[in-house]
Ligand binder design. Structure first.
Ligand SMILES: [Zn+2]
Length: 136
């Protein structure tokens, strides 16, 4: 597996709304929101439910499992800090709970393919523990 810990990459911009997501990732949990009004799952973090407009959203731990919907092998990263590990894979992960998230897909012994089952892997990227996904 590629060591990403020494990268000099920009980290996430953490605000009060998103802090539970990033803090959960540091602790090895994938956190998502659920609307207490309509019961649907919400991701990315929001102040208002996109399904029913309720402001009554609560955080819960997701399974951390998902399916690779699509991916891209990045050869020219958007930030030069990623150059030492090119090419790398970024994928759209459909979480078991429903929402789709964009994430780094960790290198494995074979190239990923659409439909692969992925599991969240807390990963040291540039000195910060962030949620990434690996092949199951
Ligand atoms: Zn709702």
């Amino acid at each position: 597996m590629t060591d990403l810990s020494g990268l000099r990459t920009p980290g996430p911009t953490i605000i009060a709304l998103t802090e539970p997501f990033w803090k959960g990732g540091e602790e090895g949990h994938l956190m998502i929101q659920r609307c207490r009004s309509c019961g649907r799952v919400v991701f990315y973090p929001r102040a208002i439910c996109p399904h029913c407009w309720s402001e009554d959203l609560a955080w819960e731990q997701a399974s951390g499992r998902g399916r690779l919907k699509s991916f891209s092998e990045v050869h020219k990263p958007g930030h030069p800090g990623w150059l030492p590990v090119t090419p790398y894979v970024v994928g759209l992960v459909e979480l078991e709970e429903g929402p789709t998230m964009l994430s780094h897909v960790l290198a494995a012994g074979r190239p990923p393919k659409v439909g692969d089952t992925l599991v969240m892997e807390p990963t040291d990227i540039g000195g910060r523990i962030l949620p990434a996904f690996r092949l199951e």
